[in-house]
Design a protein around this ligand. Structure first.
Ligand code: SF4
Length: 326
């Protein structure tokens, strides 16, 4: 029996951080045996926030190296750039005729993104982002999309567009289901709800142990726990949420130590830095290998684009046939 398909993608904005790992990569790695995966490097989506494309290729390679070092297997899952498979933009155009502007303007994710990134001038690309995303998913006839809670509205738009196309022209597309990522978000080092490179509050997958330590030293903690001896509230401390992910064995001890005041924030942070660094160690080693062998990375991309293109071209042939535009 053919495996179900999933499409997962990221915008290539450079090196990845542990928030990307927890929110997406970890789940993709788990899913790569059970599903047929397609991994999209969403370089056109970058243009919604960065018109300057000088770094886009370098950022693509950095992100690809992080994917590979974290454990994504290019044999199982083709990895490809959106810009190199022209069917993405073609299907996007057709889909843009199947959804109203008011439906897109009601999308809470777009509203959040505009607020979060302090975007004042709304371009069409922001509002139309979920339409291009629908084309990304449906071009590969994705049965499911691994997402965090905040992306569920986008999957709903994809389902609506698939339904509309199928009703209008005949059955081509599945209606993909969201596959929810359980541990979907790590807070940023400055206390922001999520890690983001633009907010400079991240720990990168490539950070050396001393960098992880120095970043954690500056991390925001419970403001009422000023010195060792003060009683703290681990549930409101971001360092504690990192412990919950990377140091599960010591959670009861840290919780009790923080609440009683026996544990000081400095020791707690250094312990956390060590655990994160040991977790990152094998990823850093694999990164070194790929950085020394960039030809292998480029070949993976070329092969992924060939495999992705074959599937995309077949879908567009189905679309044209149903629309009698073949
Ligand atoms: S002791 Fe640890 S968990 Fe408690 S406030 Fe300090 S850093 Fe946070």
């Amino acid at each position: 029996m053919q495996k179900k398909r999933i499409l997962s993608g990221m915008r290539p904005t450079g090196k990845l951080h542990i928030g990307h790992y927890v929110g997406a990569l970890e789940n993709w790695i788990k899913l790569q045996d059970e599903y047929q995966n397609f991994h999209l490097i969403a370089d056109y989506h970058v243009l919604t926030t960065h018109l300057n494309t000088d770094d886009i290729y370098q950022n693509t390679i950095e992100m690809l190296i992080d994917w590979l070092a974290a454990g994504l297997d290019p044999e199982k899952s083709p990895m490809f750039r959106q810009s190199q498979i022209k069917e993405h933009t073609e299907l996007h155009l057709i889909f843009s005729m199947l959804i109203t502007l008011s439906r897109l303007q009601r999308n809470p994710t777009v509203k959040d993104q505009l607020r979060y990134l302090h975007i004042k001038q709304v371009i069409y690309g922001h509002v139309g982002y979920p339409v291009l995303q629908s084309a990304d998913i449906l071009l590969y006839k994705g049965d499911a999309v691994p997402v965090g809670e905040d992306q569920v509205p986008h999957v709903e738009i994809t389902r609506e567009i698939a339904r509309k196309f199928n009703n209008q022209y005949g059955n081509v597309f599945p209606e993909p289901e969201p596959l929810l990522t359980k541990f979907s978000r790590l807070p940023g080092l400055n206390g922001d709800a999520k890690m983001s490179k633009s907010l400079n509050n991240t720990i990168l997958l490539s950070d050396a142990p001393e960098v992880v330590k120095s970043k954690l030293k500056k991390a925001v903690t419970d403001p009422q726990k000023i010195r060792k001896g003060d009683r703290g509230h681990p549930d409101i401390c971001l360092v504690f949420s990192y412990h919950k992910k990377f140091n599960t064995d010591e959670i009861p001890e840290i919780d009790a130590g923080c609440r009683s005041g026996k544990l000081g924030c400095f020791d707690c942070k250094m312990n956390c830095a060590e655990k994160i660094s040991s977790f990152l160690e094998p990823i850093r080693e694999k990164r070194k290998y790929y950085l020394k062998n960039l030809d292998i990375v480029k070949d993976i991309l070329t092969d992924g684009e060939k495999r992705g293109r074959e599937v995309a071209q077949k879908t567009m042939a189905d679309v044209r046939e149903k629309m009698m535009m073949g």
